[in-house]
Design a protein around this ligand. Structure first.
Ligand code: ASP
Length: 377
């Protein structure tokens, strides 16, 4: 059902502040991208939608009082329909479905939110069509430099890595920072050093580079140093990956992993490794993973702001997500989207552009995937 509802602007300004081998993962990735895609649409009869002139919100059906829930994203700024082939769409849906189910399996076995997030995001990081891990966007020097973060809502434990260039699965390193150090954010060579010390899988920098990303960079790099790459249609593809989870212990968590933006300035970091900007989780309010134009997400502390609106302003998750994404960021040109979850497991997808690659599953509903925001069937 489609309903039109003006989204309220509140005058509230709250500024909150495994060891895998590279070869195994390539085979795993090929199996995923070759697998038969699901045709199951994301939309169910009891999903609800809010559309405004500049955005859309989807609240997928996750059943009644589910024990566990997982939602994943593979980035906002999806390819325009004219550029999307059935084969490519099938690859995106298959990749999202496999990742969502991997996280769901961990949760069904009683695993924690961070364990499920790591399982789901490792699969998307290994899949070269997403902008994280292998296939990450390349910087102005032609290198992949990865940002990732994870946060658990139970105690606001958090971990992140930024600008790493040798960690095969950056979300695993972020989780290791959270669980095995007293720090929150490690960067560059220090992050790489730490991951190696932790026994995590490492990769040669060439492992991350794909022909598609190299071609895209060469086209854009001619224009200007450090200028963000846009495609022929003037669109910028994001493709970051993320997940939010309610686990069977009743805790919510969020995680995000990305290569950042194509042709990004050497040394540029986005919102994805920044707790409060690209990732946030608190059992008192919500858990959020963002994708989009990172500079806006950092300046408007998007993930924390959504949760703070719930915590201090009494807003629902969809009101808070829409207030930040649609009412605030969209008019400023801050293109992007978020996946979010509240402590009851209610999932809200909020988008202010064409859509977001996404998947959702719960203890009561099977994995479904979506791409465009208007995919109402
Ligand atoms: N938010 C990411 C960044 O700005 C990009 C993305 O979401 O794809 O680094």
């Amino acid at each position: 059902m489609i309903c039109f509802k003006p989204v309220k602007l509140l005058a509230l300004a709250i500024i909150g502040t495994a060891s895998l081998s590279a070869c195994a993962s390539i085979e795993q990735m090929q199996a995923q991208t070759n697998s038969t895609p699901t045709s199951t649409p994301l939309i169910q009869a009891n999903d609800s939608h809010i559309y405004s002139s500049s955005g859309a919100t989807q609240i997928p059906d996750i059943g009644t009082a589910p024990k566990w829930v997982i939602a994943v994203h593979g980035g906002a700024g999806v390819k325009s329909r004219s550029k999307m082939t059935p084969e490519l769409e099938a690859k995106y849906r298959a990749g999202l479905k496999v990742a969502t189910e991997a996280g769901g399996k961990v949760l069904a076995q009683g695993g924690t939110g961070p364990e499920a997030i790591e399982a789901a995001l490792n699969i998307l990081e290994d899949n070269p069509i997403f902008n994280a891990g292998r296939g990450a966007a390349l910087d102005e020097h032609g290198n992949a430099r990865h940002d990732a973060s994870i946060m658990r809502g139970r105690d606001r434990g958090a971990g992140a890595v930024a600008g790493s260039s040798r960690i095969k699965n950056p979300i695993s390193a972020a989780r290791a920072v959270m669980e095995n150090t007293q720090n929150v954010l490690l960067n560059g060579a220090g992050a790489d050093w730490f991951a190696r010390e932790q026994g995590l899988a490492m990769a040669d920098p060439l492992y991350f580079q794909t022909d598609a990303r190299r071609k895209s960079l060469l086209k854009k790099r001619a224009k200007s140093r450090g200028e963000i790459a846009f495609n022929e249609a003037g669109e910028t593809a994001f493709g970051t990956v993320g997940a939010v989870v309610l686990d069977s212990a009743g805790n919510i968590s969020a995680g995000t992993s990305t290569g950042g933006r194509a042709n990004k300035r050497f040394g540029r970091l986005g919102d994805s490794p920044i707790i409060g900007a690209g990732t946030y989780a608190s059992n008192q309010s919500c858990a959020v993973s963002a994708t989009g134009h990172g500079e806006y997400f950092m300046r408007w502390t998007v993930a924390r702001d959504i949760c703070a609106r719930m915590e201090f302003g009494g807003e629902t998750l969809e009101q808070a997500a829409n207030a930040v994404l649609v009412d605030t960021l969209k008019p400023l040109g801050g293109s992007g989207a978020v996946i979010s979850i509240d402590p009851q497991g209610k999932v809200v997808f909020s988008m202010n552009n064409k859509g977001m690659y996404r998947g959702v599953m719960s203890s009561q509903t099977k994995a479904r995937t979506g791409i465009y925001f208007e995919e109402v069937k």
